[in-house]
Design a protein around this ligand. Structure first.
Ligand code: ATP
Ligand code: MG
Length: 281
């Protein structure tokens, strides 16, 4: 694994052969089409955020891309090297952390790779621990290590920070960005958090009616800050695509708006203390 990290360099989505190509995907659970002719390409090394209202089919699409729930209609081209991290860490409780990370890995040096992945997520000291003794953030870092150790070309993240407290969430966002820089997989991150999408991704796609309804590039320099004019403009645009009225949001949650205006900067993102309350749908 490469440990190279640059704060400036961004894994670039060179427009060429996509690493993921989905065409005309249809999925129906008996109550209308959840995926209804959905098409999407992901470029190698790109970071895409997938947003959309609850129940619109984001997890269904992710499960299809993870080959956990194949769609009956449409074509899907995927790399063999894939990994998924869900909202829950899904660790096997009767296996120690290192064993969880290397589970199913067929390399002769699986243990060494597992230890390297745990080191990357800052969890070397918990390699021999049982999963139930981990904190929520540690367990999610173990889940990230389990994904990383497979050296995925496609990393699927389904609301991986949603269950974490605000500070842990910020640290995890930073960690995912660091790991993306180091390994350059194509990332598809499902999130309800517009600010999270704008902090991490270089493209946001919005799902509605079973398709990609909006596809918005995020050409912001890194590291990103909430107060930057480009950030604010894209935030408004994304909220509008999601059908959220910003003024209504501000009136409903005055504390968050105030905290944002205060410009406090924990976590190095320019993220205010109330960042956990970033607009979510
Ligand atoms: N296995 C299943 N059986 C029946 N219905 C399902 C199944 N999986 C998903 N659905 C339905 O498909 C729709 C989309 O679900 P999905 O979990 O993909 O939404 P989502 O966009 O991920 O929502 P959320 O943001 O709340 O996680 C929902 O109406 C859900 O009830
Ligand atoms: Mg979901």
């Amino acid at each position: 694994m490469s440990h190279a990290l640059s704060r400036i360099a961004t894994p670039q989505s060179t427009i060429g052969k996509p690493v993921v190509s989905v065409r005309g995907l249809v999925r129906n659970f008996g109550n209308g089409n959840v995926l209804d002719g959905l098409s999407l390409d992901l470029q190698p090394g790109s970071f895409t955020a997938l947003l959309g209202r609850s129940g619109c089919g984001k997890s269904t699409l992710l499960r299809t891309l993870a080959k956990l729930d194949p769609a009956p209609e449409g074509t899907v081209q995927l790399p063999d090297e894939r990994a998924v991290v869900f909202q829950e860490p899904r660790l096997v409780p009767w296996m120690r952390v290192l064993r969880n990370v290397t589970l199913g890995l067929r390399h002769p040096d699986a243990e060494e790779r597992g230890l390297a992945a745990l080191a990357e997520v800052g969890l070397s000291h918990r390699a021999r621990a049982w999963p139930l003794t981990l904190s929520g953030g540690e367990a999610q870092r173990a889940a990230l290590a389990r994904a990383l150790v497979r050296e995925p070309r496609l990393l699927l993240l389904d609301e991986p920070f949603a269950a974490l407290d605000a500070l842990t969430r910020m640290r995890m966002q930073g960690l995912v960005e660091t790991l993306w820089h180091a390994h350059a997989p194509a990332v598809l991150l499902v999130t309800h958090d517009v600010d999270e999408a704008l902090l991490l991704a270089d493209r946001a796609v919005v799902m509605a009616n079973g398709r990609i309804a909006a596809d918005i590039p995020i050409p912001l320099a890194r590291p990103r800050r909430h107060g930057d004019p480009g950030f604010i403009a894209l935030r408004s645009r994304l909220l509008a695509e999601l059908g959220v009225d910003e003024e209504h949001l501000a009136a409903r949650e005055p504390q968050r708006t105030d905290a944002r205006a205060s410009g406090a900067k924990p976590g190095g993102y320019g993220l205010p203390a109330g960042a956990a309350a970033a607009p979510s749908l």
